[in-house]
Design a protein around this ligand. Structure first.
Ligand SMILES: [Zn+2]
Length: 377
């Protein structure tokens, strides 16, 4: 029906478990998917079957190993329903299965990227001040459904000697229906939540701290010490927050007070320049939130866990001056985003983006008056 080099000549049925969500993030599949959508929007089961074959043919081992990362997403995504009802040569694996995921080593740190699922963000949040034509040009390169952008949420998990360190915990059951998969995915990847020694909150937005408390109100990671930016704490925990902050972020404020307030007794305040442990240093990327921190890891070539200093490898990297609708102090966010991207491109430092296409590890290079993302994995 549709000729595609990934599909042609593949006789073997694709029988490995995989995630609809993860498939969507595979660059060749994303392009293929877009092509299919144009061809026939209704034939989702055919689409999945073909995509399954395409992935079976993919020789990129690192991608193949990350395919089944977010299997839980099958449960609530529309793709899952059509998959279950189809005769597609694919299977849904149980949530407790050990799912492969992307991991790499940097400077002695073993870093695993564990998905929390994805967020559904209205397109105007990404491009609030951009003319419709330019907006649609940019959004055409992102995963969109209607006027909603599907945005991955990927959490770095670091193992170093006796330490098991998380950079944020995801949305849990407190934010969107499409995120909150981290806790299960972490266990599926073989990590014990009780063995987590440190949790670093990069900022207190709900997609980053919502899973602090389990649904029964207990701490999901009961043995961890929690690191919070002092500026972030002061902003959200201000007794006058609700009279000072715009009403549009009052929900975020309630979530932040619930989540970081829950770890008050075991919180360590961080300032830019402070180390979580030797080799993991906080750097100032305020603007997305007033106390937003990124983290620089020691090791050859450098690696910065950028988090939400650049929320999209397309919009924020290629258009760093565009305001992002969830940036609390937009002009400060632009300055710090440019500073980070300038430094990373000059020094050829690797970046990890929280909301970038899985696994979100790559370089940026100067492109005109802005930058361009070059994924490593
Ligand atoms: Zn975020």
């Amino acid at each position: 029906m549709i000729s595609n080099p990934l599909h042609d000549g593949i006789g073997e049925a694709f029988s490995s478990p995989f995630s609809f969500f993860a498939i969507e993030r595979h660059p060749p599949i994303r392009r293929y998917h877009r092509h299919l959508r144009v061809m026939d929007r209704r034939r989702t089961s055919d689409h999945l079957r073909i995509v399954g074959h395409a992935i079976a043919a993919t020789e990129n081992a690192s991608w193949r190993s990350s395919m089944s990362l977010s299997v839980q997403n099958l449960d609530r995504s529309k793709g899952a329903e059509s998959l279950r009802g189809s005769k597609a040569p694919c299977e849904v694996i149980p949530e407790t299965s050990s799912a492969p995921y992307f991991a790499f080593e940097h400077g002695g740190f073993e870093i695993s990227i564990i998905s929390d699922g994805y967020l559904e963000i209205p397109e105007e949040i990404f491009t609030p001040e951009v003319a419709p034509r330019q907006r649609s040009e940019v959004l055409a390169r992102m995963e969109t459904v209607g006027r909603t952008v599907h945005v991955p949420a990927n959490i770095p998990v670091l193992r170093y000697r006796d330490e098991l360190i998380l950079f944020d915990v995801g949305g849990g059951d407190k934010y969107q229906a499409t995120d909150g998969r981290f806790f299960q995915n972490l266990q599926a990847a073989g990590f014990d939540p009780n063995a987590v020694t440190k949790i670093v909150f990069t900022h207190a937005h709900p997609d980053h701290t919502g899973a602090t408390l389990a649904s029964d109100g207990s701490l999901a990671f009961p043995n961890a010490t929690y690191f919070v930016g002092a500026g972030e704490w002061d902003y959200w925990m201000d007794p006058d927050f609700f009279s000072k902050a715009p009403e549009a972020i009052h929900d975020f404020g309630r979530g932040a007070q619930r989540d970081i307030g829950a770890v008050r007794e075991r919180a360590v305040m961080l300032k830019p320049g402070d180390d979580v442990i030797p080799g993991i240093r906080a750097i100032d990327t305020a603007g997305h939130t007033p106390g937003h921190l990124s983290f620089e890891l020691a090791g050859e070539g450098g690696l910065i866990i950028a988090v939400d200093a650049a929320t999209s490898e397309i919009v924020a990297v290629e258009h760093p001056d565009w305001h992002f609708g969830y940036d609390t102090i937009p002009e400060l966010a632009v300055r710090n985003r440019r500073r980070l991207l300038d430094r990373a491109s000059t020094d050829k430092t690797k970046l990890l983006g929280f909301h970038w296409t899985y696994p979100g590890l790559g370089f940026v290079e100067v492109h005109g008056n802005a930058y361009r993302y070059v994924p490593i994995a």
